[in-house]
Write a protein that binds this ligand. Sequence first.
Ligand code: SF4
Length: 196
Amino acid sequence: MTEVTRREILKIGLAGSGAIVATGLGFDVAVAESTKVKQSLRISGATESHSVCPYCAVGCALLTYTRKAANGSVQLLQIEGDPDSPVNEGRLCPKGATAMQLAISPRRVEAPLYRAPGASDWRKVTWDFMLDKIAQNIKASRDATFVTVDGNGNTVNRCEGIAFAGGAAFSSEEGYLATKLMRGLGLVHLEQQARV
Ligand code: SF4
């Protein structure tokens, strides 16, 4: 019978635990290979372009892949972090990682929707209608709730009846513009989504 030395037992043990670790971390070579094939097919022949995430001043670099469809339209296939960028080294925060959805999501609302007071349904309206409606409502609320002097006799000139919340899709510049506009109206209740 062949004798197994203590050193050989250690070697066998280490090799075994290495395999266990690799499996535990999900390193399945077959799956990795098939995924690679799928990905390369998906963007094969696509035009690679460099871009920058529109959402904030960090300026993470993006790679976009597009292809011309048979009808001449440009099809967006993929957006991902640019690994060559010293800013993000291929990574994107959750907001930047949704950049593709901003462009192609079928759930994207492309026209203003309005639900009249007491109504249960939303209806599509024009931008002119919606902008007029927002302006009228802001003026009515501001006129009704504007405070010039507080309880201690201090001049405050503020609007306490309107709050403003910036959306997640705001870029830094849009957030800045909105804040300037709202402060100009005297709003004190302001919130902006910063990084997530
Ligand atoms: S929103 Fe996120 S991905 Fe986009 S530039 Fe800022 S940190 Fe980068």
